[in-house]
Design a protein around this ligand. Sequence first.
Ligand code: RTP
Ligand code: MG
Length: 156
Amino acid sequence: SANAYLEKERTLAIVKPDGVSGNYTSSIRKIILESGFSIQREFTVHLDEDGVRRFYAEHSTKSFFPSLTKYMTSGPVLIMILQKVNAVADWRALIGPTDARKAKMTHPNSIRAMCGEDLERNCVHGSDSVESAAREISFFFKEAFPEGTTLEHDEL
Ligand code: RTP
Ligand code: MG
């Protein structure tokens, strides 16, 4: 049919400070590529408090927010745009549950089980919806994808 293709999606991945300082970046990149994602853009940045507050705006009133800010500003992070069909859900599945302690028990093959420590220090971020992905990608890549940019797609 006219719509006989699967549209690729983009999601935002972050290797958090513990992932970068623990030298997990190359293992994570390998898992990403072996899982069929392409890495469209990437850069390393050391976020400041204001950056974390704007990025994690939804959490800014939560009790854990000061601790999250301290964690996320503790060292450089690696920001990546991942692309594939169903990228948002597939990346979330690959990273595993928020609590890395739980991930080690219930999702032993997940990235958070591999390099995370607990509910806070969980080594990677993944956008939680297509809408969040769009917001987060434009947060870090203001010029990269102007309005109207189209994705590549795979024909069946
Ligand atoms: P992320 O946004 O980083 O991919 O993580 P997530 O969706 O799995 O979890 P979310 O609820 O969005 O929380 C964002 C990050 O805040 C830290 N956190 N600490 N101490 C706590 O209760 C707590 N809860 C969350 C984690 O670093 C979590 O990834
Ligand atoms: Mg989240």
